[in-house]
Design a protein around this ligand. Structure first.
Ligand code: AMP
Ligand code: ZN
Length: 133
């Protein structure tokens, strides 16, 4: 547990939250400021600030859990789509520095906005980026 980390406290049951799922490694809760009906957060119980700090053994369990809970939300709430969103760092919109995955059910004509303006892949950028790997 990290001192003063609200999601550590929620994930480990010190602060109550609307829990939709819990196991040894994770707690999934309803977001307090939902983007849409059913907006859920998957929180690991062990603190990791972001994806890069997440241990491999936890990381490999996250997507199967997102799939399972996302399917239940989409079906149960008769949603027509689902965004799986995970922000790392302030510049990327992360406000709580404890890794979490957003499950955001989508409905026709809802007001959720996860779009961006399309840019252009330049030859210089392509060369630079491909050179990283
Ligand atoms: P992010 O911007 O990716 O860090 O997302 C943080 C999310 O946590 C936001 O969607 C908030 O609405 C949500 N949130 C913050 N505090 C709480 C809380 N105490 N219980 C439930 N959700 C929370
Ligand atoms: Zn934490």
């Amino acid at each position: 547990m990290e001192n003063n980390c609200i999601f550590c406290k929620i994930a480990n049951g010190e602060i109550p939250a609307a829990t939709v799922y819990e196991d040894e490694d994770f707690r999934a809760i309803l977001d307090l400021g939902p983007a849409s009906k059913g907006h859920t957060l998957i929180l690991p119980k062990k603190h990791a600030a972001n994806l890069f700090e997440l241990p491999e053994e936890t990381a490999k369990k996250v997507l199967p859990l997102a799939k399972k809970l996302g399917a239940r939300l989409e079906e149960g709430l008769h949603a027509e789509g689902l965004n799986v969103v995970q922000n790392n760092g302030e510049a990327a919109g992360q406000t709580v520095m404890h890794f979490h995955v957003h499950l955001i059910p989508r409905y026709k004509n809802d007001t959720v906005d996860v779009k961006w303006a399309q840019g252009t892949l330049t030859e210089d950028d392509k060369k630079e980026i491909l050179g990283l790997f």
